[in-house]
Design a binder for this molecule. Structure first.
Ligand code: HEM
Length: 497
């Protein structure tokens, strides 16, 4: 008899559990289907899961996948249960405004985890404002004027190294030299002495890590929980995310130590000791503004990454695109020929075609092509004609903004002339450096490097052509797109004459 009761009781419990599960499932289905995001167009699965989004992130294809959804579903598309991608010039101006109501969210902490905040990833408005205040003057166009000779010297050494490589190898890997150049420029300007890549010419661990930065960031932002677990139990592949980040921190610490030695007039202190750096005010900040070593190190880590990879890839694609287009090259050369023999950056700023060429490169080969996620503010927001609830994530990606055929006719055509008389929509949709209060702080420095390197490259090598040596082909230039993008094979072979 007892046994019979136990069986009956067991069945009842089992039914109870099944009922509870059904109720939970129904509640979940109801929540998903009645969510204010439910009416945002998108593939059915993005309502339920981030799996496809994450798959594309880790494969370095997120921008292309999101773009294919925009082509199918329009300017607003749901890419995950709580994330919407936006491709609309007006909405983008609203999301990335100076007022900065749409704050950076969790994504940035996952991308750059750590116990200290930094200027790039912090969502704390006051802290961010404080850091930007300490950096603004140095990164402005007038603040950068003092660094012009140092930047130009690195550019000229780069061109010399390219000529030497052509002599020795019969071909030049422009990606390699632009990477060394951008790395040395940011090292010298931030810490008073460079990483000496152009001098040593060695592919060291630092350069190998810079090439891995995109993938490593992709791993961290796609699998934040596993990245955390990896701190305790090393996991294959995932450890790339943590080890590259740790080593980048190490390089930042070494650079800071170098800077302090120079500032103290110690070993190796030369002209660098007296020269101001881009981070001078951060180093000197006192009182309420004072930063701990950990905070300084985090900011330094951001600069050496953000300041090298982006400029390198932009320059590499620019040279490749110009070499592929004789008409564009002819226009550029005609403009460069009119320059005084000892030209400097201020002379280059007056060249309209060079300016259009850089703008078109930043449009079609955006070094930061992926969505820049923001949280919808507490009052919710109306974007591209739809209301979005507070707390959900919205992002716009340069890759799609810059390929909107309604804004840029024939968007895949590399056409500097489209910038001769840009429309309002073209200007609004143009976001290679992000926008508003979080716009790239290094944009004036980047543009100076781009102008000088382009002008010096094509004046020295007017007949440069894309090489087919060593098996180099267009496929090498297909891009891996994580938060930042770079050519898949990390090389670009050009024969320079
Ligand atoms: C062609 C070159 C460059 C491109 C395309 C580029 C792109 C960007 C973009 C899109 C953002 C906004 C990120 C977001 O909102 O999530 C950004 C932010 C930033 N960039 Fe750049 N960047 C370039 C060069 C540089 C250089 C040379 C530096 C030098 C240090 C730099 C430092 C930074 C920093 C510190 C931020 C964070 C700004 C903030 O949140 O206040 N970037 N960059």
């Amino acid at each position: 008899m007892d046994g019979l009761y136990r069986v009956a009781g067991g069945i009842e419990n089992h039914q109870l559990v099944a009922l509870a599960l059904c109720a939970a499932l129904l509640a979940y289905v109801y929540t998903v289907l009645s969510s204010p995001l439910a009416k945002i167009p998108g593939p059915w699965y993005t309502k339920w899961t981030t799996a496809v989004l994450k798959y594309n992130m880790i494969k370095g294809r997120r921008p292309k996948w999101v773009h294919s959804l925009h082509e199918k579903y329009g300017p607003l598309v749901r890419i995950g249960p709580a994330e919407v991608s936006v491709q609309d010039p007006e909405a983008v101006q609203q999301m990335y405004a100076i007022k900065g109501e749409f704050l950076k969210g969790r994504f940035y902490k996952d991308l750059l985890p750590g116990e200290f905040e930094n200027v790039f990833s912090t969502a704390d408005v006051d802290y961010h404002r404080r850091l930007r205040r300490l950096l603004a003057a140095e990164f402005s166009e007038s603040g950068l004027a003092v660094h012009r000779p140092a930047v130009d010297a690195k550019v000229q050494l780069t061109i010399q190294r390219m000529a030497e490589e052509m002599e020795e190898r019969g071909v030049v890997d422009v990606y390699r030299w632009f990477l060394y150049m951008a790395t040395d420029v940011i090292g010298e300007l931030s810490f008073g002495s460079s990483f000496q890549m152009l001098e040593t010419k060695e592919e060291n661990q630092y350069i190998r890590d810079l090439k891995l930065v995109g993938f490593a960031g992709g791993v961290r932002s796609t699998f934040p929980f596993l990245t955390w677990v990896n701190k305790f139990v090393p996991l294959p592949v995932l450890s790339v995310g943590t080890s590259v980040r740790e080593r980048m921190r190490g390089y930042a610490s070494e650079s800071l130590a170098r800077h302090y030695r120079l500032a103290a007039g110690g070993e190796g202190a030369g002209a660098g000791a007296a020269r101001p750096t881009l981070l001078s005010k951060l180093y000197r900040a006192a009182g309420e503004d004072a930063l701990s070593f950990g905070e300084l190190r985090e900011s330094a880590t951001v600069y050496i990454t953000a300041g090298s990879d982006t400029t390198t890839n932009t320059l590499t694609y620019l040279v490749w695109a110009v070499c592929a287009r004789p008409d564009v090259r002819a226009r550029l050369l005609a403009e460069l020929r009119a320059l005084p023999p000892a030209f400097e950056d201020p002379d280059l700023r007056r060249l309209p075609y060079l300016d259009r060429l850089l703008t078109e490169t930043l449009r079609l080969f955006s070094a930061a092509p992926a969505g820049l996620p923001r949280r919808v503010p507490p009052a919710g927001a109306r974007l591209a004609g739809r209301w979005l609830p507070p707390g959900c994530t919205v992002s716009a990606q340069a890759y799609s903004m810059h390929r909107d055929p309604a804004v840029y006719p024939d968007p895949l055509r590399f056409d500097p002339d489209r910038w001769e008389n840009p429309t309002r929509a073209m200007k609004d949709a143009f976001v290679p450096f992000g926008g508003g209060s979080r716009i790239c702080i290094g944009l004036h420095l980047a543009k100076m490097e781009l102008r000088l390197a382009t002008a010096r490259f094509f004046t020295r090598f007017p007949n440069a052509k894309i090489s087919t040596k060593e098996g180099f082909c267009d496929e090498d230039m297909e891009a891996d797109m994580y938060f930042l993008m770079s050519p898949k094979k990390h090389r670009c072979l050009i024969e320079v004459y």
